[in-house]
Design a protein around this ligand. Sequence first.
Ligand code: 23J
Ligand code: MN
Length: 257
Amino acid sequence: MSVLTELAASLASGAVKTVDLTHTLDPDFPVMILPPEFGQCARFRVEEVSRYDERGPGWYWRNFSCGEHTGTHFDAPIHWISGRDLPNATVDAIPVSAFVGPVCVIDCAGEAAEDEDYLLEVETIEAWEAIHGEIPAGAWVLMRTDWSKRSGAEYLNMREDGAHSPGPSAQTIRFLVETRDILGFGTETVGTDAGQGAHLSPPYPAHYILHGAGKLGLQCLANLDQLPATGAILICPPLKIKHGSGSPLRVMALVEE
Ligand code: 23J
Ligand code: MN
C-alpha cells in the first residue's frame, strides 16, 4: 500500500485518530495584555447578519472580527522586528509545507504547576532527548504546561508586575533553532514567551530568536496532554491573510493509537 492509502485506511479504522489542539474562538477568551502605552490585540467579536429571518429568510451567517493574535493562533516571522526583512515572512507567503510536520512534545506540566514562572532549560531538552531521541530537523516542538486547563484570570495570571506564566529560556530557543533547526515552537500560554519574558535577555527571547531565524510560533494551544512525546503529525495552516503577522487557526494532530 502507498503511504497515503495506508493513512486513509488507518483513519477509517481509528488506528490513527485526529486530536483538536484548538480553543474555541469566544469573546470571553483572554488576549495578551501589553503595557498601556502600546496598542492592544482585539478580542474575538461576532455579529449576526441574518438567521432565517427578514434579513435572510433561508440562511444563517455572521460577521466576525479579531486580532491576528487572538485565541489559538500562529506567529509568522514578520511578527517580530528580528524577522522583518526575511523572505516569505508573512502568513500568506510561508511555504505550506511548514503547516504539516512531525511534532515533539516536552511535558513540563508538573514543573509549571510548581512554578508559574517555570523556564524550560536546555538540560531538560537534553534529558527528554535521552529518552525519546534527538529532535529532528524540521520538527514542531510544543511545550506542554497544562496551562490550557486554566480559565478566567488564572490564564493570563496578571499581577502588578505583569503576567506570570511558564515559557522557554533564551538558551533553549537558541539551542532548538541553531542546533536542532526546528520549524517552530508552540505553547499553551498566551505567548511563546514566558509571562515575564520581557525581563529576559534578549527581551521576549522566543519571539526574537525564533522569528529572527525564520521560525514559526503557535500559542494558546489546548489538549497537549493528548499527544505522545513523539510520533504525531501536526497540522496548522494559518489563514492566508495578505501580509499577515499571524492568524487564528484550527490546530490538530494525527496520533497513532
Ligand atoms: C506583541 C508583543 C509582545 C508579545 C506578543 C505580541 C505575543 O505574545 C504574541 O501574541 O505574539 S509577547
Ligand atoms: Mn502571537
